[in-house]
Design a protein around this ligand. Structure first.
Ligand code: DAU
Length: 376
């Protein structure tokens, strides 16, 4: 790959996991706004959805490198040719249910992969001027799950909340965060860490709650609701999250007031049952032949160790980064439903082979028949 800097005045941003849900949305935002030249690294295996970046191939601001984050040689050669001004680490295994079933892949991708990326960043920067080292940013995209679970009425998480990860997934993300912090403290790498709440929007893998519910409802299949359905999540539109990531790269300060750490969320949490009921209402108006879709909501056994509630207070982040979420949940959810309805081909591609096998296997464990619907 030729040096992108020679051809573009834009900074070069290396995005790992670019064919995943958040990665693909972030790449689109950057290309639409012409903010950066994107060098995307993805191994194109689960949880990537290759369809997410297919239409971007050939875009002059986009270079896709198919390779494994855990391979140091791949990373060294990529850094040598692309010479990124920033790295945004979005490559991760992220589905809690899968991490409960088998955690190894989470440790390998989320922990080892992050360390390899930190090493490659450091090794590349050693050859550059102090000024370039100072301007470089390593942005780790973490999660609010590293802070554990809140009870109803407890104040939301902030960057000052202690790490208390509960699931293997959350523990692997917490481990990665600690390695990022260590790279800053020990080696002086200019790092930032962002903790976001649950995202929703186009191109999310159909194993996560909202796309799973849409896909099942369209197929007339039960919509599985874990436990009592009163677990609460703060849902942020993926576009708002991506705006936050750009703000962090443009205005974040590694040794700033919050220590270069930021939390993104909408500021309001909702129960899973409330979310599914709203989703079903939206489907009723769009697919009246299947109404009422809420009859498909089916309580199933709870997720082991299920975190009760996630919520963040984004006030400090909003001030520091001049960032505000702008999407109203009901409108963002309606647009999300419409995107899935308009893109049956994407759903089919996202659910090929192993991806749909896992979903069938996982839900086969539940008795989805004959259980009463819970009322909100
Ligand atoms: O907080 C950010 C995190 O949000 C991200 O770091 C994770 O990558 C992301 O997966 C998400 O974690 P959750 O476990 O909250 O997301 P999920 O979509 O799997 O589930 C959302 C809620 O819905 C959760 O309380 C479990 C429940 N659920 C989920 C599924 C898949 C159900 O009731 N039924 C289901 O079939």
């Amino acid at each position: 790959m030729a040096d992108k800097r020679a051809k573009h005045e834009h900074p070069v941003w290396l995005i790992t996991g670019a064919a995943g849900f958040i990665g693909a949305n972030l790449v689109r935002l950057l290309l639409e706004r012409d903010i950066a030249h994107v060098v995307a690294l993805d191994n194109m295996a689960y949880p990537a959805v290759p369809e997410n970046v297919r239409a971007l191939r050939g875009h002059p601001g986009f270079t896709l490198v198919e390779g494994d984050l855990r391979c140091s040689e791949t990373l060294y050669s990529l850094f040598r040719s692309a010479r990124p001004d920033a790295v945004i680490n979005l490559a991760a295994q992220s589905h809690v249910d899968r991490s409960i079933e088998a955690a190894d892949g989470f440790v390998e991708t989320n922990v080892l992969g992050t360390q390899r990326l930190l090493d490659a960043s450091r090794r590349e920067l050693e050859q550059h001027s102090a000024d370039r080292r100072h301007r470089f940013r390593f942005l780790q995209v973490s999660t609010d799950e590293v802070f554990g679970s809140l009870d109803d009425g407890e104040p939301p998480f902030t960057v000052g909340s202690p790490y208390r990860p509960n699931s293997p997934y959350a523990a692997s993300k917490a481990g990665a965060d600690h390695l990022v912090y260590a790279a800053r403290h020990t080696h002086g790498l200019a790092t930032l860490i962002c903790h976001c709440t649950n995202n929703y929007g186009p191109r999310q893998h159909p194993e996560k709650l909202i796309p799973l519910a849409i896909c099942n409802a369209l197929a007339g299949r039960p919509i599985p609701l874990y436990g009592d359905g009163r677990q609460r999540r703060d849902w942020l539109a993926v576009e708002d999250h991506c705006e936050g990531l750009v703000a962090a790269l443009e205005r974040g300060v590694p040794d700033g007031a919050s220590g270069g750490r930021y939390v993104f969320g909408s500021g309001r949490d909702r129960s899973n049952l409330e979310v599914l009921e709203l989703l079903c209402t939206l489907l009723d108006t769009r697919r009246p032949e299947g109404a009422p879709h809420a009859r498909l909501i089916t309580p199933v056994s709870d997720r082991p160790g299920h975190d009760r509630r996630y919520a963040v207070d984004p006030t400090a982040t909003s001030h520091e980064l001049e960032w505000r979420p702008t999407t109203v949940f009901s409108e963002g959810l309606a647009r999300t439903v419409d995107w899935y309805l308009d893109n049956p081909g994407w759903i089919e591609a996202a659910l090929d082979g192993e991806r749909s096998n896992w979903i069938s296997r996982h839900y086969a464990e539940f008795d989805m028949a004959g259980r009463e619907r819970v009322k909100s």
